[in-house]
Design a protein around this ligand. Structure first.
Ligand code: FAD
Length: 422
């Protein structure tokens, strides 16, 4: 008789700690965003029995780009997905900063080969929908019924005997652990810690994805480019092997308070916000098929991310302003560390606790760095501009390696090798 197989394809009798696998642990994940999908893959790789519930009836097809920095790419490589991702992505040639109105360069330094040499993996730009497709296909290949769409996790209860999870269809399931990867408005976080009180930053973000062929000579450079200005900034880059341009424009404005991937604004309003800006930025706005807007809220570090056999992951526990382009990348790092921590500890609760300890300092530092960048990108006074952009201009010309070195703490980290040592 054939032995029955677990989700790894291994028979149940060889899923043991001694060879680094989680013995028959049932993990439930709430939320199939980038964090939840990556967590599902990381836990499956460790031999857990994974079910991923997504409240929406289809996976997000948010029309937006994502910067996937080397620290995130290292996790994708360890999951065997980096080649699939690269096939859809763009490697920006350089990272640069310009003045938003004149387009004058503040600094430009190499990124494509430099990222691999210095930080050990590429820096990529990818359409969110393309990344979600790669992750979803990998999940379906490894466990055909792991993803359950159209069902939300509504509550959990636990005692000495175990953990029970309630679903929106009225059913209840038993599991060894629950991962709340349910995003910025996490219901699992609310059950764990109560209602939150986010602070409006006074900023909102415009975003658009524009076919490159509509832009002609006004196409943005094939770089990761930040355009800075008084009380506003923009970020431009290429997506989908260069077929699309991504635009994010952040403006200090107090009249819009929705956090949403689907709320639209008008072209006239966006053009007004970037009045007098460089033709590259204005052409992006003029040619955008749709212009979405997202109000930016800031949140404090949470007192804890875990409650026994339940843990939060990604935006659910450390939502951050998008000014470091690290929210999704931190969720990806979380996913890897969580799966390793569970494997290395005696039970789910201890593993989840170890995960929180391993992740909190780093994600808090990234949250703080993102907060600080808003000020750096929006300088209003001549003195402020000189003091901020002058040293950047000089540093990039005299010692570009020093500019790269400032990112070592972020992009140089490899959670794959550090979690293996832990
Ligand atoms: C303008 C902008 C630009 C950004 N650019 C970047 C960037 O370049 N690089 C980067 O790394 N990050 C970037 N970010 C941040 C990034 O988008 C987020 O940090 C990331 O998407 C968070 O992923 P997540 O999986 O934690 O949450 P989400 O993507 O929000 O996924 C949560 C999922 O959970 C589902 N869900 C919610 N409740 C339940 C429930 N009860 N049961 C089941 N399912 C549920 C939701 O439907 C959703 O699918 C940007 C953000 C913004 C606003």
């Amino acid at each position: 008789m054939m032995a029955s197989c677990g989700p790894t394809g291994l028979p149940w009798w060889c899923r043991f700690d001694s060879i680094g696998l989680i013995p028959a642990m049932k993990a439930v994940i709430a939320g199939a965003g980038i964090g939840g999908l990556t967590a599902a893959l990381c836990l499956l790789q460790q031999g857990a029995d994974v079910t991923l519930y997504e409240q929406a009836s289809a996976l997000e097809d948010v029309g937006a780009g994502l910067q996937l920095s080397p620290n995130g790419c290292k996790v994708m490589r360890a999951l065997g997905l980096l080649a699939d991702i690269e096939a859809e992505a763009v490697r920006p040639e350089r990272i640069e900063m310009r003045f938003g109105q004149s387009g004058a360069m503040i600094f430009t330094i190499p990124l494509a080969d430099e990222a691999v040499l210095r930080w050990g993996a590429p820096y990529l730009h990818i359409h969110r929908a393309d990344l979600v497709t790669v992750l979803r296909n990998a999940l379906t290949r490894q466990s055909s019924d792991a993803l359950r769409l159209g069902r939300a996790v509504t509550a959990y209860a636990q005692d000495e005997a175990g953990l029970t999870i309630a679903l929106s269809d009225g059913s209840r399931i038993a599991a060894d652990m629950l991962i709340g990867a349910d995003g910025i408005r996490s219901g699992i976080r609310t059950q764990m810690l109560g209602e939150e009180a986010p602070r409006f930053t006074g900023c909102m973000a415009w975003r658009a994805v524009v076919p490159m062929q509509q832009l002609g000579a006004m196409a943005p450079p094939r770089t990761a480019c930040v355009w800075v200005g008084e009380g506003k900034h923009a970020v431009t880059y290429h997506l989908r092997r260069g077929a699309l341009a991504n635009f994010v424009g952040v403006v200090e404005r107090a009249d819009w308070r929705q956090e949403s991937w689907t709320e639209e604004g008008t072209r006239e309003e966006a053009l007004r916000d970037f009045d007098g800006w460089h033709p590259v930025i204005r052409t992006l706005i003029k040619e955008a098929p749709r212009l979405f807007r997202w109000a930016l809220f800031d949140r404090d570090t949470l007192p804890r991310w875990t409650d026994g056999r339940v843990a939060l992951l990604g935006d659910a526990c450390h939502p951050m302003l998008p000014f470091m382009a690290q929210g999704a990348v931190m969720a990806i790092e979380d996913a890897w560390v969580l799966a390793q921590s569970v494997r290395q500890n005696a039970n789910a609760a201890e593993g989840l606790h170890a995960y929180e300890r391993a992740r909190k300092t780093r994600t808090s530092a990234v949250q703080a760095a993102a907060r600080a960048n808003a000020g750096i990108f929006h300088r209003r006074t001549v003195l402020g501009k000189l003091a901020t952009y002058g040293p950047m201009w000089l540093g990039a010309r005299l010692a570009p390696a020093m500019v790269h070195a400032r990112q070592d703490w972020l992009y140089g980290i490899d959670v794959v090798t550090s979690a293996a040592r832990g």
